[in-house]
Design a protein around this ligand. Structure first.
Ligand SMILES: [Zn+2]
Length: 131
């Protein structure tokens, strides 16, 4: 029942498995723009699509992130606020650099997340561009 780890969370792995099965190739936990020094969870370098799957607890989703913690509620509230601000900043910086940024919550159904990603990545490939 714990699992506030930010890397290789179960929902993220499930999404990656579906993407891979659909034939998409991507990189994981890399910086889309080295100068920004922010790591995205799933990156499609050629299509310039960066995907983030945010943990409900750390990033404060409406459904689960507001959950009170007994110890140091103020500490957690400000930590989430900082994370949220950083998320917004990352999205903006990447968008400015020409990336499409997709953000999902870890509570979203992996199948839904994967199909949205697939749709956007396929659209970004520009149809008959390669082959
Ligand atoms: Zn949630």
């Amino acid at each position: 029942m714990q699992g506030n780890r930010s890397k290789d969370t179960k929902p993220e792995l499930a999404v990656r498995r579906i993407l891979h099965a659909s034939g998409l190739r991507y990189r994981v936990h890399v910086c889309p723009e080295p100068s920004l020094r922010r790591t995205a969870d799933i990156v499609f370098p050629r299509q310039r699509v960066a995907v983030f799957i945010d943990g409900c607890f750390w990033h404060g989703c409406e459904a689960h992130g507001g959950r009170q913690t007994k110890a140091n509620p103020e500490y957690w509230a400000s930590k989430r606020a900082r994370n949220a601000a950083r998320d917004v900043d990352t999205t903006r910086s990447l968008t400015v650099a020409g990336w499409q940024v997709l953000r999902f919550w870890e509570h979203e159904a992996p199948q839904d997340v994967a199909s949205q990603i697939t749709e956007i990545v396929r659209a970004s490939t520009g149809g008959a561009a390669d082959h």
